[in-house]
Design a protein around this ligand. Structure first.
Ligand code: UD1
Ligand code: CA
Length: 449
C-alpha cells in the first residue's frame, strides 16, 4: 500500500506574493499540480494534501483533481509538524508514505518511481532523494556514507561552516515506512534556528535511512523565491521545446518561444521566433505559427498560418491564413481555407469555408456562410448599448468596403452590399442592397479661378 502526501501548507514568505507559493504557475500549471503529476505513475491508494496558508484557495484550485484528501495544518510550524497532521488520517494505514515538498516542481515521474522501487528493495525505513549541487546554499545537507546510508540531515542555517561544505543536498522527497515514521514523529523538537518541527530530523531517528542521488540535479530545484521560479520556468520551457523537437516540430529560434504543458503539435509544425502558446492548444500538421504570435487555448487544423496575431479560445480549420495583425477572440470558429487578414477582429462568430475577411473588420456575434467575401472595413454593429445581437450572412455574399451591418440582421445567399452602406434591414437572396446617400454633383462649384 502506498500513500502520497504533498506538503503545501507553507506561506512562501520569500516569494513576497499574495498567492500561496504552491499556486504559483510554471509553464501553465501550478507548482502543486506539477508535484502531484510527478507521482502519477505510482497509482497510490491515498493522496493527501497538507494545506494551511490560504487553504481554501488551494483546495479550490485543486477541486477538479479527484481523490485528494485535504489535511489542515494550522498553524504552520514546519515540515515535521505538517507530517504530524497525518497521524490521524493515516491512523490504520500500513505501507509506504511518499512525502513530496509542494515547491519542487521539476521532478520526473521516472525519478519518483525509482525512489520508491529502491526503497522497497533495500528494506530501509526511509529513502530520500538527494542531489550534489554546485551551489547548495539554502538546502538541507545530507550526511551519508559511501554505501548510501544516511546518518542525518542538517538545515543550511543550522550547519557549521565545515558542514556547509558538504554539497549533498536534501531534495525534500522521501519514501517512509509509515509505521516507523509514525512512531518517531511525536518525538520531534523545535531545537533549531527557526524553532520549527523539521521532518528532516526523523531521518536520524530511523534505524536504516538511505538516499538515492538524482542523475540530473536540475530536477530537485526547490522554489523559494522569484529568482528560482524564473530559473525553473527557463528549464521547463527548454524541456518542453526539446520534447516537441523530438516529436517533429521545428523551432526557428527556440529560446524566444514559450509553450505550456497543455500543447499538442502535429508533425512538421514550424514555430517562428517570438511565438507563445499557452493553456491547451492543439496544432495540426504543417501549420506555421509566428513570428510574433500568441496562441492560447485554441485548436488549429492542418496547414494553418498565423503571422503576428493573437488567437484565443478559437477554433481554426485546415489551410486557414491568419494575420498579420489579426485577433481571433473566444468562440471564433473559422472554417477550412478561410483568410482572416490585417487588422481583423473576430469574436463569437462562425465563418464558413473559404470565406475571406481580409482587411480592417470587426465580426462579432455573426454567422457567415461559405465563400463570403467581407469587404475592407466591414463592421458588424452587434451592440446596441444594452444587448448583443446577431448578424447572419448567407453563402457567396459580398459586402462592399466600409459597410456597417446593424444587428440583428440577416443577409441571404449571394447578396451584394454596396460600399459604404449602413444596413438595418434584412436582405433577400441574390439582392443588391444600398444604404447610403445618393451622390450629388454640383458642377462649377469652385467658381472661376
Ligand atoms: C526543505 C527541507 C530541506 C530541503 C528543501 C528542499 C525541511 C526542514 N527542510 O527546506 O532540507 O533541502 O526543503 O527544497 O524540511 N510546508 C508546510 N508546512 C510548514 C512548512 C512548510 O506544508 O509548516 C511546506 C511548504 O509549503 C513547502 C514545503 O513544505 O511546500 C517545504 O517548505 P520550505 O519552507 O520551503 O522548506 P525549505 O526551507 O526549502
Ligand atoms: Ca523550499
Amino acid at each position: 500500500m502506498l500513500a502520497v502526501a504533498v506538503l503545501a501548507a507553507g506561506k512562501g514568505t520569500r516569494m513576497k506574493s499574495n498567492l500561496p507559493k504552491v499556486l504559483q504557475p510554471l509553464a501553465g500549471a501550478t507548482l502543486v499540480e506539477r508535484v502531484l503529476a510527478s507521482a502519477r505513475n505510482l497509482k497510490p491508494e491515498r493522496r493527501l494534501l497538507i494545506v494551511g496558508h490560504q487553504a481554501e484557495r488551494v483546495e479550490q484550485q485543486l477541486s477538479a483533481v479527484g481523490g485528494l484528501e485535504f489535511v489542515l495544518q494550522q498553524p504552520q510550524n514546519g515540515t515535521g509538524h505538517a507530517v504530524q497532521q497525518l497521524l490521524e488520517p493515516l491512523n490504520n494505514f500500513e505501507g509506504e508514505l511518499l512525502v513530496l515538498n509542494g515547491d519542487v516542481p521539476l521532478l520526473r515521474a521516472e525519478t519518483i518511481d525509482q525512489l520508491v522501487s529502491t526503497h522497497r528493495s533495500s528494506g530501509a525505513l526511509v529513502t530520500l532523494l538527494t542531489a550534489r549541487l554546485e551551489d547548495p546554499t539554502g538546502y538541507g545537507r545530507v550526511f551519508a556514507d559511501e554505501q548510501g546510508a544516511v546518518s542525518s540531515i542538517i538545515e543550511h542555517r543550522d550547519c557549521s561552516e565545515e558542514q556547509r561544505r558538504n554539497n549533498l543536498t536534501n531534495a525534500g522527497i522521501y519514501c517512509f515506512n509509515w509505521t516507523a515514521l509514525a512512531e518517531v514523529l511525536p518525538q520531534l523538537s523545535t531545537d533549531n534556528d527557526q524553532g520549527e518541527l523539521y521532518l528532516t530530523d526523523t531521518v536520524a531517528m530511523l534505524a536504516k535511512a538511505m538516499h538515492v542521488e538524482v542523475a540530473d540535479p536540475d530536477e530537485v530545484n526547490g522554489i523559494n523565491n522569484r529568482q528560482q521560479l524564473a530559473q525553473c520556468e527557463t528549464m521547463l520551457q527548454e524541456r518542453l521545446r526539446q520534447h516537441w523537437m523530438a516529436e517533429g516540430v521545428t523551432f526557428v529560434d527556440p529560446a524566444s518561444c514559450t509553450l505550456s504543458e497543455g500543447c499538442q503539435f502535429g508533425r512538421d509544425v514550424v514555430i517562428e521566433p517570438q511565438t507563445h502558446l499557452r493553456g491547451r492548444c492543439l496544432i495540426g500538421d504543417e501549420s506555421r505559427l509566428g513570428p510574433g504570435s500568441l496562441i492560447e487555448d485554441a485548436e488549429l487544423g492542418r496547414g494553418v498560418s498565423v503571422v503576428m496575431s493573437v488567437v484565443r479560445e478559437a477554433t481554426v480549420g485546415d489551410g486557414v491564413s491568419v494575420g498579420p495583425y489579426a485577433h481571433l477572440r473566444p468562440a471564433a470558429v473559422i472554417g477550412n481555407n478561410c483568410r482572416i487578414g490585417n487588422f481583423v477582429e473576430v469574436k463569437k462568430s462562425t465563418v464558413g469555408e473559404a470565406s475571406k475577411v481580409n482587411h480592417l473588420s470587426y465580426i462579432g456575434d455573426a454567422e457567415l456562410g461559405a465563400s463570403v467575401n467581407v469587404g475592407a472595413g466591414t463592421i458588424t454593429a452587434n451592440y446596441d448599448g444594452v444587448n448583443k445581437h446577431r448578424t447572419v450572412i448567407g453563402d457567396g455574399s459580398k459586402t462592399g468596403a466600409n459597410s456597417v451591418l446593424v444587428a440583428p440582421i440577416q443577409l441571404g445567399n449571394k447578396v451584394t452590399v454596396a460600399a459604404g452602406s449602413t444596413l438595418t434591414k434584412n436582405v433577400p437572396d441574390g439582392a443588391l442592397a444600398l444604404g447610403r446617400a445618393k451622390q450629388l454633383i454640383k458642377e462649377n462649384w469652385a467658381g472661376p479661378s
